[in-house]
Write a protein that binds this ligand. Sequence first.
Ligand SMILES: *[C@@H]1O[C@H](CO)[C@@H](O)[C@H](O)[C@H]1NC(C)=O
Ligand SMILES: *[C@@H]1O[C@H](CO)[C@@H](O)[C@H](O)[C@H]1NC(C)=O
Ligand SMILES: *[C@@H]1O[C@H](CO)[C@@H](O)[C@H](O)[C@H]1NC(C)=O
Length: 443
Amino acid sequence: MARSTARVGNRCHPPFLLLLAQALGCLLSLISLQHHPVQASAWCTALVSAHHDVLAAYPHAHDAFTQGLRIDPHNASRFVESIGLRRHSAVRRVEIATGRVLQQTASTPTELFGEGVAYRAADDVLLQLTWTGGVALAYDGTTLRRLPEKDLRYAGHGWGLADVTWGQLGACVAEAAARAPARRRWKQLLRAASEGACGRYGAACGADNDTALFLMSNGSATITVRHPRTFEVLQAFPPLRHACFRQNMALLNELEVVHAPDDALELWTNVWLSDHIVMLDLCAGLLGDADRLWRRYLQLHDLGMETSTTASGEPVPVRPANPDAVLNGIAWHPAHPQHVYVTGKLWGRVYRLQVPPAGPEMPLVAEEPLLPQRPWHAWESRGAAVPTRPPALLLVVMGLAAMGALGVTVVWLVARNYRPSGAVRAAPRREVDASPILDAKNN
Ligand SMILES: *[C@@H]1O[C@H](CO)[C@@H](O)[C@H](O)[C@H]1NC(C)=O
Ligand SMILES: *[C@@H]1O[C@H](CO)[C@@H](O)[C@H](O)[C@H]1NC(C)=O
Ligand SMILES: *[C@@H]1O[C@H](CO)[C@@H](O)[C@H](O)[C@H]1NC(C)=O
């Protein structure tokens, strides 16, 4: 085999071409093994990103360390807002148009750090999570009076909280009915959710506008589904995997249930320390369908970049130069289902966005960096280096194989005293030996 190759080699030098091809392979692998900045490939972008239109901007109190936002269940011209930080945590009722704080609870106990807020319709209660306190604080939904007897306990961290009504869940019923395993899971969930609640609330239970479930985040990739009255975990979503990198997300924060223009029920979640909102398929989450959980995401780098003025006329950046002043707070408007309000911690404005359409007509946003990958703290959402993507395993293997092959070929060629020109080399020892290999080559 080696001999015949060598013989033909007098004409077109296949070992030399082989060497060249391998060197080229090595070079290409080395180039591709370089860590590239993570850019959205056209495929990824088409799959996940959504364009957004800012419809309006409203004043927002610069002192509000926003941890939860929701349209006021009693008046859709107002927000209910949860404010964090120890010794400052509270729940506020805020006029949307002016940003005026109309009502505020007494500050929560000093050691507690307020987080997401949600509403339970049946008994008109607002529940405010606490970060590490293991308790959701209950307030009267009308007077904002504390109702300690209605507090709810949970294990682990509390980050984001959203409520979903029986009426909204109707969107998932047809889907659940179509597949047997999903149907079983669905029935178990609904039975668990209505048990107890119905006994207690009688006729109100199961009404379209009654709260069916709470959805809660805790900074991990997993959203839990909780009983509306006892807060026990009825189920967990499959952990959210990034649509492009296929690895688990983390730091899911503020949550809000949003009706997408294609009638899908979405669960929007802020990713802490980023300018991104991931829009999950709520029914897929409830039905345990991991593949369909990630729908798309919104990239909101442009929000809060302008300056606004304080009450005394001072110009101040909407998004203060404070690492904690990150995007947080999503409120969906039931009377204007195509509108969503978003803001950030300590931001001077709330923005009203048009809920972007879903589906293939979604505009492509080229060249945008994707969601940050861990280590998260090395990543800054704006102005800092774009994170780099580790090379794919396949590339590493191919690169190593190319280098290995190159090495083996070089050794092989050296060992058999290869001469690319095919010219007779005056090697005295070989002349004396008159080896068959030399004979073959020289003829
Ligand atoms: C709802 O809130 C808006 C803004 O604060 C207020 O002007 C309006 O009177 C309120 N409506 C009711 C019925 O209270
Ligand atoms: C739910 O709807 C019923 C009937 O329309 C109404 O009486 C009730 O006040 C509503 N509850 C809430 C919390 O909106
Ligand atoms: C978050 O929730 C998941 C799922 O219930 C749980 O496994 C994890 O321990 C929780 N983490 C924290 C910090 O609470």
